[in-house]
Design a protein around this ligand. Structure first.
Ligand code: ADP
Ligand code: MG
Ligand code: MG
Length: 252
């Protein structure tokens, strides 16, 4: 499996420091959850790992299997095995879901090693079945007019077909009803293997009833302030974040 190492990461947006020294290591075979109140920098962490141009890294490092991720372009990061399911996936008009997915897979596999069309169709069909997706979703323009739940299922379809080494799922549970949540969780759980590591960003504990993380981290004010096992998520569900603030002497 792969190893993604984030060390002392400081990130600014438009001159304002949002991440103030994040340390986190994710290895193949591990599921990590990052939880925390709104506005603490969870999505900033995801975007910085994926190389969103708006996020300026002012200090620290992100290393994937010894390679400097911060030196890679966005498409290189994907080819190196990183995957981001965004909190708000963008719509691309004029590109069908199926074409987008196939070109993403082929970009990752590289020239001369393209996925055979029939194999692609077969895999996509089976994966859409598992995710209980309507087959006509394949031929619709990417995310255009997709409902919240359809967008999230579609992110997991991409995840399952691209088979990244390390995935970052930013609030994949937001806006999902319980049935969609179960289906999405089933897809993510099916990815579990030594060749796959996952960072699950979530505001709510609910998702973690279906996906059991090996490690739970709490982010507050741009830092990971506490780490533990699944029991930490349960305590947050029961008691909220105030006890951590008290424990650490953090003011709102
Ligand atoms: P979370 O995902 O934990 O809710 P975010 O990472 O989205 O938090 O946001 C952290 C902080 O950064 C917030 O104060 C937010 O207002 C600010 N922020 C996030 N994105 C931008 C942006 N594109 N431009 C300006 N400020 C931003
Ligand atoms: Mg948020
Ligand atoms: Mg967010």
């Amino acid at each position: 499996g792969s190893t993604l190492e984030i060390k002392d990461l400081h990130v600014e947006i438009e001159g304002q420091e949002i991440l103030k020294g994040v340390n986190l290591t994710i290895k193949g075979g591990e599921f990590h959850a990052v939880m925390g109140p709104n506005g603490t920098g969870k999505s900033t962490l995801a975007s910085a790992i994926m190389g969103h141009p708006k996020y300026e890294i002012t200090k620290g490092s992100i290393i994937l299997d010894g390679e400097d991720v911060l030196e890679m372009e966005v498409d290189e990061r994907a080819r190196a095995g990183l995957f981001l399911a965004m909190q708000y996936p963008s719509e691309i008009s004029g590109v069908t879901n199926s074409d987008f997915l196939r070109s993403s897979i082929n970009a990752k596999r590289g020239e001369g090693n393209e996925i055979p069309l029939m194999q692609f169709i077969k895999e996509m069909d089976a994966t859409m079945d598992l995710l209980e997706m309507d087959k006509n979703m394949a031929q619709r323009y990417l995310n255009e007019g997709f409902s919240g739940g359809e967008k999230k299922r579609n992110e997991i379809l991409q995840l399952m077909m691209l088979k990244p080494a390390i995935a970052i799922l930013d609030e994949i549970d937001s806006g999902l009803d319980i049935d969609a949540l179960k289906v999405v969780s089933k897809g993510i759980n099916q990815m579990r293997s030594d060749e796959f590591g996952c960072l699950i960003i979530t505001h709510y504990q609910r998702l973690l009833n279906y996906i059991t993380p090996d490690h739970v981290h709490v982010m507050m004010q741009g830092r990971i302030v506490k780490s533990g096992g699944p029991e930490l998520a349960e305590r947050l569900e029961a008691e909220g974040y105030d006890w951590i603030k008290k424990e650490l002497g953090i003011e709102d």
